[in-house]
Design a binder for this molecule. Structure first.
Ligand SMILES: NC(=O)c1ccc[n+]([C@@H]2O[C@H](COP(=O)([O-])OP(=O)(O)OC[C@H]3O[C@@H](n4cnc5c(N)ncnc54)[C@H](O)[C@@H]3O)[C@@H](O)[C@H]2O)c1
Length: 439
């Protein structure tokens, strides 16, 4: 206080001894107009320094509470991905980064329609998923290169304003404003990925269909703030040493076998998905799908159910590889679609096993096909294929507990639905079979 008093005294002294300038209007002249024009002196006089400090404190408090720039992710994700040797810039990245905070869609509440991208939507599983999404009232965009998919699977949606089909290969980037991405695009059957192993190896291991495709779709999800669901596979467990397979099992995969382009490709896709989730805050979901069957499967695609059904219908012997004692579980496609949708709408990242835990040997499956189609259908044994898993059965405890999901359609109930679709496609009436075959 001493210094303040001394200061004021000085001011008063100055004020009384110095005449005011004539040109100043009297009412605007402050009482303590200093003689000195030194700003420091001005500040100390009249407690202006206190006011200035107070102003700084308020500003600092305001900007620390409401920062101008959004928080950055913990781990940087590349701005560019390389396709065919040339970088493709992810434009408008900044615009959408502020939307990274997950937007939860409460389950059970009446929902507004979403814009949903289904890659591989012209395929077997994808087309059934599209049916359900359209029936729910969503707007659906299908992206497909028709490598194994067929337009016929979606013909019944043509003309619907809530449906769009784009011929596009997911190894090339695409920009679409969507809320959710179901990423299914990938040749799934052994015939297709072994038939063209170089393309598939390139696809998976040299950043083509699944690796680059998945990267592109994750990049899109990041840019538009969409939730991303990867359809992985039970093949990530390889020839499993744990039975049944729980999601915690890391698998037993041969990295150099004929199946590894598929198995390792999907494992890499899972890795990328989790990296984008952790590094860029993308909302992701991972489904590990076990053998699924139903209408619209590719005929003669090398998958065991479609093989047996097509062969029995054509009166050809059913080919069993090995001794036929290897086991598989068979899930009807409508059960899978229900599981995928619950996973997408739920709160959990996964991975989740989606499969039917009912376990059949190949010989038991052949018997069910005989019961359904032709009791006299013959069986022919052939040498087993390389790296054929000995047993496969999902542990679906996690999906039951966290998604409230379990399969409801038994093999004996589902198989006749597939058989009638195959019968129509093999023996005629192909134009109408797709629309009639909705599960
Ligand atoms: N069906 C099963 O039993 C099963 C089991 C495990 C995993 N999955 C996975 O589920 C997904 C769907 O399988 P599906 O049985 O419907 O197979 P599918 O072959 O019938 O469908 C795949 C679709 O993806 C399209 N596609 C492939 N490569 C593409 C590319 N580069 N760009 C755009 N589209 C492309 C195909 O044309 C096809 O329409 C796949 O990712 C598959 O790996 C399926």
């Amino acid at each position: 206080m001493d210094s303040e008093l001394i200061h004021r005294n000085n001011t008063n002294t100055t004020q009384t001894t110095e005449p005011l300038p004539d040109h100043l209007p009297k009412h605007t002249v402050p009482h303590s107009l200093p003689k000195s024009t030194n700003p420091v002196h001005c500040l100390f006089r009249q407690q202006r320094l206190v006011c200035v400090l107070l102003g700084f404190s308020i500003a600092a408090l305001f900007f620390s509470t409401f920062p101008i720039s959004p928080p950055q992710p913990n781990h940087p994700i590349p701005d560019q991905i390389f396709v065919s040797g040339s970088p493709v810039a992810l434009n408008r990245r900044v615009l959408y980064e502020s939307q990274q905070k997950p937007v939860r869609i409460p389950t059970g509440l009446k929902r507004k329609s979403s814009r949903i991208l289904v890659t591989g939507g012209a395929g077997f599983v994808g087309s059934h998923l599209v049916d359900r999404l359209i029936a729910r009232g969503d707007n659906v965009i299908v992206v497909d290169n028709f490598f194994t998919g067929r337009k016929e699977n979606l013909l019944h949606h043509f003309g619907n304003p809530r449906f769009e089909l784009i011929r596009h290969d997911v190894v090339e980037p695409i920009l679409l404003e969507v809320d959710q991405i179901y990423h299914l695009a990938c040749p799934a059957s052994p015939v297709h990925y072994k038939f063209n192993p170089v393309k598939t190896i390139i696809s998976f291991l040299l950043y083509k269909t699944n690796v680059v495709g998945t990267l592109n779709m994750l990049g899109l999800a990041k840019r538009v703030g969409a939730r991303f669901l990867l359809t992985s596979t039970s093949e990530v467990y390889g020839d499993p040493l744990q039975h049944p397979q729980a999601e915690s099992y890391w698998g037993n995969v041969n990295p150099i076998g004929v199946r590894s382009c598929y198995d390792e490709g999907k494992r890499t896709a899972e890795t990328l998905t989790m990296d984008y989730h952790r590094g860029a805050g993308i909302e992701v979901r991972i489904a590990r799908i076990f053998n699924t069957y139903g209408p619209r499967m590719c005929i003669d695609d090398g998958r065991v159910v479609s093989n047996f059904v097509a062969q029995a219908l054509r009166k050809e012997p059913m080919t069993v590889y090995g001794d036929g004692k290897q086991t598989r579980s068979f899930q009807y496609v409508s059960d899978l679609v229900e599981g995928l949708m619950r996973l997408m709408e739920g709160e959990h990242v996964g991975p989740f096993n989606l499969g039917n835990p009912g376990e059949f040997t190949m010989l038991q499956l052949a018997e069910v096909v005989q019961e359904t189609i032709d009791p006299k259908a013959k069986i022919e044994f052939r040498p087993n294929t390389e790296d054929d898993p000995h047993m496969r059965k999902p542990d679906i405890t996690r999906a039951k507990e966290l998604l409230g999901w379990e399969p409801t359609v038994s093999l004996r109930k589902g198989l006749p639905l597939m058989v009638s679709d195959f019968r129509q496609r093999i023996f005629g009436d192909t134009a109408t079979s797709a629309s009639k075959s909705s599960a």
